[in-house]
Design a protein around this ligand. Structure first.
Ligand code: DHE
Length: 516
């Protein structure tokens, strides 16, 4: 009887000590504070995209093609459960990532200054594709003429956002969700420098002159600025002017013609512009007089924040070809209630919102493209929630058409030399295997390409616009090279979940059909 009672009612002491288990089994790779090390950070902010059940499975079975082993035969089910609960607990106090910690994280190969300033391989350096393979966290460099991999190397865990290039196409910068920035020399196939800009990062931007790199962080609430070799230059606290409220940073983009970084904040209804033009004081002086608000809330000038107040925060945005306007969208409220007219058009010069965008659902404006249609410039944007592509007139900000697709998609691409735009439906369970091809003149769907039962997503064109490369987004996935006119498959290269691919020429020339 006594024994039965003891089994039925385990004492509090019998509960696994999650912290002790973490220190014993996890801390060596993931850091004593869960801030990451050789393995990724294990914080609720970093794990937001991983369901708890999946996290438990990783602890039990490990993660294929990484150094994460399975602990299923060392730990009891309740111990794995306890570890799972621990890693979703926020750290208290909230972790900081100070300037000193950023500096201490930096590594730099001083010999890089002597590396040859010409590609040490034979292929057109302008038609190179940088392929991010998320499956086993590698990068493949693909010759865009012969469609052969010329080099493959491991990346930081979970890169996110497009890699960013220097204007000559020699260096590329990668950003990881854990806050690491890696500078890589494409011509010499070597890492130049690395730094950890934050603990949970969204994306990075490289200034149009290639001299600065800006990182947008969710954790801590900061922007971090670096020189081209990733020496820290400055941190910006993402707060309201009075410091009363802080915010995650949604995204930062380079606005080269304006010599500035433009920044969206997730929790504060403001968009920021930070100029890297040393003459910014003089240039901005004229515009300050044009500023419609009576309260001059921002100081213009070089590397200072210039705030524009908005009706609601932005998650994702897109520049019009003049870079005077930002087309931005928020996300539906946490209760799932989407607001109508989520999109906003902001004039960065007069610093206010001048129109709303009639886009239903959840437009993914960052992945939009522009092109000429019947004598006017239009934007086409995919949608994360609805199966449609919305076409907007960039002069009147009016909707011209919603083009139906078989399901919501993430990425849209074209090329100035191609008549067609391609969009995926990867957010749809039933149509994730389908790419839809739209005629940019008729705004009609003309074809579909399918990879039955698989996820087919993210397209990028070759430099000349003749071929479109699509990803089979599976662990045993592939890059499929398709003729951009006949839509026929030309070649297939095996890849480990190739989440994105980036053509050097298209990126450094801000090709109208690709992301910037
Ligand atoms: Fe992304 C780019 C936001 C989830 C893959 N994604 C971007 C950018 C933003 C953004 C703002 C532009 C930054 C840049 O390129 O510099 N992404 C978001 C989200 O808000 C969202 C929905 C939620 C989140 O968790 O952050 C989100 N993104 C994802 C994914 O789940 C994807 C599909 C898989 C993954 O690996 O994370 C994903 N995002 C990508 C890719 C790009 C990207 C591949 C670069 C696209 C390009 O071609 O330029």
């Amino acid at each position: 009887m006594a024994a039965d009672q003891a089994r039925a009612e385990p004492t509090a002491d019998a509960k696994p000590d999650a912290q002790a288990l973490f220190s014993q089994h996890c801390a060596a790779c993931h850091g004593a504070q869960r801030l990451g090390g050789m393995g990724p950070a294990l914080l609720p902010e970093s794990l937001a995209r991983l369901r708890k059940q999946d996290a438990l499975k990783v602890i039990q079975k490990g993660r294929p093609a990484t150094q994460m082993p399975g602990f299923g035969d060392q730990l009891k089910a309740e111990e794995i459960e306890a570890l799972g609960a621990l890693i979703y607990q926020p750290l208290s106090p909230a972790p900081q990532w100070s300037a000193a910690e950023i500096l201490a994280s930096r590594s730099f190969d001083a010999a890089s200054k002597t590396w040859p300033s010409a590609p040490q391989w034979k292929a057109d350096p302008m038609n190179l594709f940088v392929v991010v393979e998320g499956g086993d966290h590698h990068i493949s460099l693909l010759d865009g003429d012969r469609f052969e991999v010329i080099h493959r190397f491991s990346s930081r865990f979970a890169l996110h956002g497009g890699p960013k290039f220097t204007p000559d196409g020699r260096y590329v910068y990668f950003g990881s969700r854990d806050g690491w920035i890696t500078k890589y020399d494409l011509w010499n196939l070597k890492i130049v420098a690395e730094v950890r800009a934050g603990l949970n990062m969204r994306n990075i931007a490289v200034s149009g002159d290639g001299k600065m790199v800006m990182a947008a962080n969710y954790l801590p609430h900061t922007l971090a600025l670096f020189d081209a070799d990733l020496n820290p230059l400055k941190q910006f606290a993402a707060t309201t002017l009075d410091g009363a409220q802080s915010s995650r940073v949604s995204a930062v983009y380079d606005a080269e013609p304006r010599c500035s970084f433009v920044v969206a904040l997730k929790d504060i209804a403001e968009i920021w512009e930070i100029s890297y033009d040393p003459k910014a004081e003089a240039i901005y002086d004229g515009l300050v007089h044009d500023y419609r608000s009576s309260e001059a809330i921002a100081k213009p000038g070089y590397l200072n924040i210039r705030r524009t107040k908005l009706a609601q925060p932005l998650d994702d945005f897109f520049f019009d070809p003049s870079y005077a306007y930002v087309l931005g969208a928020g996300r539906p409220a946490e209760d799932g209630q989407a607001k109508a007219d989520l999109g906003q058009v902001v004039n960065l010069d007069i610093r206010r919102s001048i129109a709303t965008l009639p886009i239903p659902g959840m437009p993914h404006l960052g992945s939009g493209i522009t092109f000429d249609w019947q004598g006017r410039r239009v934007l086409a944007s995919p949608n994360l929630k609805d199966g449609l592509v919305t076409v907007i007139d960039l002069q009147s900000w009016k909707k011209l058409k919603d083009i139906a697709t078989p399901g919501p998609g993430f990425f849209m691409r074209s090329h100035a030399k191609s008549r067609y735009a391609w969009v995926d439906s990867m957010m749809s369970a039933s149509a994730k295997d389908t790419l839809t091809i739209i005629d940019k003149q008729s705004l009609e769907t003309v074809a579909q390409v399918k990879e039955p039962g698989k996820t087919l997503a993210h397209i990028e064109f070759t430099k000349d616009g003749r071929y479109a490369l699509a990803s089979v987004w599976e662990m045993d996935g592939a890059i499929i090279v398709l003729d951009a006119s006949s839509f026929k498959e030309i070649k297939r290269l095996p890849m480990s979940k190739p989440v994105g691919k980036y053509n050097v020429w298209n990126k450094i020339n801000r090709e109208e059909g690709t992301s910037h």
